[in-house]
Design a protein around this ligand. Structure first.
Ligand SMILES: NC(=O)c1ccc[n+]([C@@H]2O[C@H](COP(=O)([O-])OP(=O)(O)OC[C@H]3O[C@@H](n4cnc5c(N)ncnc54)[C@H](O)[C@@H]3O)[C@@H](O)[C@H]2O)c1
Ligand SMILES: O=C(O)[C@H](O)[C@H](O)COP(=O)(O)O
Length: 395
């Protein structure tokens, strides 16, 4: 076993890292957007989030041997350059998938409440059936909501689930994007929803983007949203974050500062997964369990007045995050980052938790007339935020 203390630079917005690494590393913290090459000259490892571009310009000539990103997305890592230069890298695949599922269910609940629709009668089109898309499909199945999946790469690879094409997805009541951002190739997702595709939508639809901003042409979307016939949009991600188009945010049903995955569990699991990979790469034993990072579950008392959307909104209501952003974002684009900092602990009452961090308290007098209690209990126990396999490349 390697006994030398490592030097690690970690994004300041990565919970538990100091405690997890206390026996094996000296940890220096820095804001992810401010990390520069000079910070890394004598560091062994960089632990980052999606806001740090990790490439030759950042790492050339440094001692970095390992890069761990506590995120699902990897569009900020130049993986080709890292591989070529024998630098181990990992992401935290699946770490916050359950949080994004919760975000999407909250967005749908908000929309059906505003438009007086029944959630059970909707058809949801899921674009991208990976960790998030599959978790969402499972949740919708539990809740009795119909869905269609669109994922050409998985379909070609022989995935046996039923898939549909993008054209058909555009006809669903709710369309939700869960693809990576890719700028080339036959499955390119950059501006997947562009000016032409936007014109196929109508005012009875809801579109959610919690993947990457560039999957939707933001300029075309802003123009489109000025029409009264436009579909409703919920955006968690934008082009040019953090200097987003403030006007675009105003036109949306809900606009949040890239926090869909930021539950207590989602962020903690991201830290834990990169910690595990770092231990493997440098030959240390893992000394902590993921479960030890979580507090006791929150409790929600079941009330007779609950229907499915109001119950989901009682657990997490995106409107609160959207209001916080829209109140402030006009003041200065940098507010976007400030709202993300410290999230979910910046919430007034308690941190935002995954469904798995909740228990439904039901009094013995309650009858489960519509099967709602059973559905929610299944959702709480199923939606455990399945961590995917971290892509740990052995250099
Ligand atoms: N807003 C947030 O806080 C947040 C949180 C987590 C993840 N994300 C983003 O969500 C994305 C999805 O996460 P994931 O864990 O499910 O990723 P994943 O890699 O498990 O799944 C992505 C899926 O998209 C599919 N795909 C690729 N190109 C496609 C195309 N053109 N059309 C349809 N499907 C296509 C892939 O085949 C894959 O199955 C991530 O890449 C990340 O950028 C955002
Ligand atoms: O890809 C992801 O996992 C998410 O987009 C990520 O959780 C949010 O971005 P970050 O906090 O890492 O900047």
């Amino acid at each position: 076993m390697n006994q030398k203390k490592l030097k690690v630079l970690a994004d300041e917005n990565m919970p538990h890292i100091d405690r997890l690494l206390s026996n094996i590393a000296t940890v220096v913290r820095k804001s992810g957007r401010e990390i520069v090459r000079d910070d890394l000259i004598d560091c062994d490892a960089l632990l980052c989030r999606s806001i740090t571009m990790v490439d030759e310009a950042l790492l050339q000539g440094t001692s970095i041997k390992f890069v761990g990103s506590a995120t699902i997305g990897i569009d900020h890592l130049d993986t080709e350059w890292l591989d070529k230069n024998h630098i181990h890298w990992t992401n935290a695949a699946g770490c916050n998938a359950a949080a994004v599922v919760q975000y999407v269910l909250s967005a749908i609940s908000l929309w059906v409440t505003n438009t007086h629709q029944s959630i059970e009668e909707l058809k949801v089109g899921i674009v991208g059936a990976g960790n998030v898309g599959s978790g969402l499909a499972r949740a919708l199945q539990i809740l009795g909501v119909k869905y269609h999946l669109c994922d050409p790469p998985l379909e070609r690879a022989g995935d046996k689930r039923a898939f549909t094409d993008f054209e058909s997805i555009l006809k669903c009541d709710v369309i939700t994007f869960h693809t990576p951002l890719s700028t080339s190739g036959q499955d390119k997702t950059y501006h997947l929803l562009d000016e032409q595709q936007l014109l196929k939508l109508n005012r009875n639809q809801l579109v959610i983007n919690a993947s990457r901003g560039g999957v939707i042409d933001n300029q075309a979307l802003k123009n489109y949203l000025t029409s009264e016939q436009a579909a409703a949009f919920v955006l968690d991600v934008f082009e040019n974050e953090p200097d987003i188009d403030v006007e675009l945010a105003k036109y949306c049903l809900s606009a949040t500062p890239h926090i869909a995955g930021h539950t207590l569990e989602g962020k903690s699991r991201g830290s834990f997964m990169v910690y595990q990979s770092l231990c493997e790469v440098f030959g240390y034993k893992h000394e902590t369990t993921e479960q030890s990072l979580y507090p006791v579950n929150n409790q929600l008392a079941f009330q007779k007045s609950f229907d499915l959307p109001s119950l989901l909104l009682a657990i997490y209501d995106i409107k609160n995050d959207s209001d916080r952003m829209r109140e402030k974002v006009g003041l200065n684009g940098k507010i976007f980052d400030q709202l993300r900092k410290g999230y979910p602990n910046s919430h007034k009452v308690f941190p935002r938790r995954d469904y798995s961090g909740w228990e439904l308290k039901v009094s013995t007098s309650e009858t489960d007339k519509y099967g709602l209690i059973e559905k929610i209990q299944r959702l709480f126990s199923d939606n455990k935020g399945t961590a995917g396999t971290a892509r740990n490349v052995k250099a």
